[in-house]
Design a binder for this molecule. Sequence first.
Ligand SMILES: *Cc1c(COP(=O)(O)O)cnc(C)c1O
Length: 362
Amino acid sequence: MSRFWSPRVHQLTPYVAGEQPRLPGLVKLNTNESPYGPTPRALAAMAAAATEDLRLYPDPEAKALRQAIAAHHGLRPEQVFVGNGSDEVLALVFLALLSHGAPVLFPDVSYSFYPAYCRLYGIASRTVPVNEAFEIDVADYGGPCGGVILPNPNAPTGIALPLPQIERLLALQPDRAVVIDEAYVDFGAQSAAGLVARHPNLLVVQTLSKSRGLAGLRVGYALGAAELIGGLMRVKDSFNSYPLDRLALAGALASFEDDAHFRSTCARIARSRAQLSAGLQALGFEVLPSSANFVFARHPHCDAEQLAQALREQAILVRHFPLPRIEQFLRISVGTDDQCAQVVAALGYSISSMTRSRCVGP
Ligand SMILES: *Cc1c(COP(=O)(O)O)cnc(C)c1O
């Protein structure tokens, strides 16, 4: 606390990002990064962009990248907004589209950055409980509100909503923005991008961080009617005209030029996810049905925080959220097949030693 801080700063509860330690041999399955690098074409494009031209500002409108993203999704460039990671895009979305004086609706079990943005801007929010199976029921999202935001697949559950449910949600809130955060959609869910042309209230947010192996580059984007994108542009140009630097623009553009790498890495991750889930189930874990590049699992007898700690002692990082309803779950990112086998083996070892000592038995 400091007397120099603006009053609002005292009220903030910042989002806590997963840790990024640099330890040799660490199996890092805590932040849903891709175990595979980006396409080599992205690396080559960035190397080629690292020239004297860096003295010049980048394109404030990111025209070439927006064109490529639009083409990938069958949309027009005016329907695409880009930002410094989808977290930045989401931050601008809350200010530009979700601040209407009425509470913003999002699930109680969801991305914990949403409440952080609400506190930052002083936007009221109302959490809508997911059901006992941790599923979202879109029928719960009607009535007056400032807008709706939810991840699909949801984070950290990994559970996906089918497109007809998204359409039902859009119909329930025709006069408010409905934001679908598709950070994990490429791993097996249906994207709502194809609905943008028919639904003026839909904004789809995606990122290059997970499915394109570029978390370190910081590129995210939003797809929506030109009217929604225009609102985001106004806020962006009142805040930072150049959220994407020359290297990021070049690397991101090249990523969209290598569809084969993108598709094959996503498919590999989906196959490893099935193996990881099966391995965890064989150890007695309940694994929620995941369409993402992580699984969310709980053990009937072993405490999740203790398990996370036991894994850490074996140089494996997973994520544990000490939050209501999900404090007994571990979120495990899908790594390579080898990494998935390592985490299953380490959990097997931990569970057998815990059931002998610390574990609360049935
Ligand atoms: C990872 C994640 C993001 C943010 O991704 P960026 O790296 O900022 O693009 C957004 N939403 C959800 C639900 C995520 O899990």
